[in-house]
Design a protein around this ligand. Structure first.
Ligand code: UT7
Length: 331
C-alpha cells in the first residue's frame, strides 16, 4: 500500500513582545539575599523583563499576535482558530484567548486557553496543526503569553530570580510545499505536579486572607528535582521528535530549547550532539518566560538571520505538570 505523506502545516509568520522594564540581577540583589554572580553561575540569567501593572497576558499577546499577522499578511478576520497558551491568565473567566480575540477583532475565530505551562506553545502548535489538517479552518494563531511576575513570590530567592514576562506568536496555515511541522512528540506526568505548582487560589483552596498571608497563591518549586526531570525529559523529547522525522542532530540548523536555565540548555545540546553555535539562547536577557520562551526565540532567530525559509529547526520544551515536548520544523 502506498504510504501517504503527512499533510504539512507551515509557520507563515512569527512575532514577539517584550515589556520595556528591565529587572537586572543587581536590582534583585536589593530585593533578596542573592548575588549577580550566583544567578549567572547557576542559571545564565543576567536580566529579565517585567510587565507594567496595567499590562496583562492578553495585552502582551495582542502585540506579539499583530506582529506575527503582519509578517504572515493575515487580517484578524481571517483567523479561524486562536489558541493561547498561558500559565498566567488575566482572569479565570472568560479565557484570556477570548480577551485576545476581542482585542484583535478576530471575530471569526474559535478561541480557547491551553494550560501546559512552559510546553504550552508547542502543545498549541500541534493542536492547531490537527485542526488545520482536518480542514476545520484555514488560518490558526498560536500565542504563548506570560506575566510570570504576577505569580512569582518576590521574597523567595530560589524562584524570583528565574522568571520574566513576554509573549510570542505564530500564524499557521496548511502548506503548499515542503515546509512545515515535520514531527512532534508531547508527554505529561501529572504524578510530579507538586514539584512546581501554586498550592492555592484555585477552586479547591480558594483565595482567602490566610492563603495571601502564607503566599500560597504564588509559585513554589523544588528546583533540583525540576532540574533533573527537565534534563531527562528534554533529551527524550528531542530524541522522539528527531526519530519521528528521520533526522539526527547533524541535520538540524538550529536547536531552540526552552529557556529556563543555561545548564539545562547545555545538557540538551550535548545530548543531541548539536554544537552550541547552533543553539539559540536568550535566557540571559529574558529569564524563563514559560510558554512565551520558544516563540520569542524563534522570532528573534529569524530576525537575526540565523534561520530562514528551508532551515531545519528542533524545538524542545519542559514545564510544570510535568509536560514536555519536542518538535521538528522545516521553516
Ligand atoms: O521551566 C521549568 C521551570 N524551572 C526550571 O527549569 C528550574 C530548574 N531548576 C534550576 O534551574 C535550579 O535548580 C535552580 C537555579 C533553581 C537552583 O540551582 P541549584 O544548583 O539546584 O541550587 P539549589 O536549589 O540546590 O540551592 C543551592 C544553594 C542553597 O543553599 P544551601 O542549602 O546550599 O546553603 C540555596 O539556599 O543555593 C541557595 N540559593 C541561593 N543563593 C543565592 C537558592 N537560591 C539562591 C539565590 N541566591 N537566588
Amino acid at each position: 500500500m502506498v504510504k501517504h505523506p503527512k499533510p504539512l502545516v507551515e509557520i507563515a509568520g512569527t512575532g514577539r513582545y517584550l515589556p520595556e522594564r528591565v529587572l537586572t540581577n543587581e536590582d534583585l540583589e536589593k530585593m533578596v539575599e542573592t548575588s549577580d554572580q550566583w544567578i549567572r553561575d547557576r542559571t545564565g540569567i543576567r536580566e529579565r523583563r517585567i510587565a507594567r501593572d496595567d499590562e496583562g497576558a492578553a495585552d502582551m499577546a495582542e502585540r506579539a499576535a499583530r506582529a506575527a499577522m503582519a509578517k504572515a499578511g493575515v487580517e484578524p478576520g481571517e483567523i479561524d482558530i486562536l489558541i493561547l497558551a498561558t500559565a498566567t491568565p488575566d482572569r479565570w473567566l472568560p479565557s484570556t484567548a477570548c480577551d485576545l480575540q476581542a482585542l484583535l477583532g478576530a471575530g471569526n475565530a474559535m478561541a480557547f486557553d491551553l494550560a501546559a505551562a512552559c510546553s504550552g506553545w508547542l502543545y498549541g502548535l500541534t493542536m492547531a496543526e490537527g485542526y488545520l489538517v482536518a480542514g476545520r479552518g484555514e488560518i490558526a494563531l498560536v500565542v504563548g503569553t506570560e506575566k510570570m511576575s504576577s505569580i512569582v513570590n518576590w521574597e523567595d530567592r530560589a524562584t524570583c530570580i528565574l522568571f520574566g514576562d513576554g509573549a510570542g506568536a505564530a500564524v499557521l496555515r496548511r502548506a503548499t510545499g515542503e515546509r512545515g511541522i515535520l514531527s512532534s512528540h508531547h508527554k505529561s506526568d501529572g504524578t510530579l505536579g507538586n514539584l512546581l505548582y501554586r498550592p492555592a487560589g484555585g477552586a479547591v483552596i480558594p483565595m482567602s486572607p490566610e492563603v495571601l498571608e502564607k503566599r500560597d497563591h504564588l509559585m513554589k518549586m523544588s528546583g533540583r528535582e525540576v532540574f533533573k526531570n527537565a534534563v531527562r525529559s528534554m533529551a527524550d523529547a528531542a530524541d522522539q521528535a528527531l526519530q519521528q522525522a528521520g533526522l539526527t542532530g547533524d541535520d538540524i540548523d538550529l536547536l531552540i530549547p526552552h529557556q529556563a536555565n543555561m545548564r539545562i540548555i547545555n545538557a540538551t545540546a550535548k545530548y543531541t550532539g548539536i554544537p552550541m553555535e547552533k543553539v539559540y539562547v536568550n535566557v540571559d536577557r529574558y529569564g524563563n518566560m514559560s510558554s512565551a520562551a520558544i516563540p520569542v526565540a524563534l522570532d528573534e532567530a529569524q530576525e537575526e538571520g540565523l534561520v530562514g525559509p528551508g532551515s531545519l529547526i528542533l524545538l524542545v520544551a519542559f514545564g510544570a505538570g510535568f509536560t514536555w515536548s519536542g518538535m521538528t520544523i522545516r521553516l
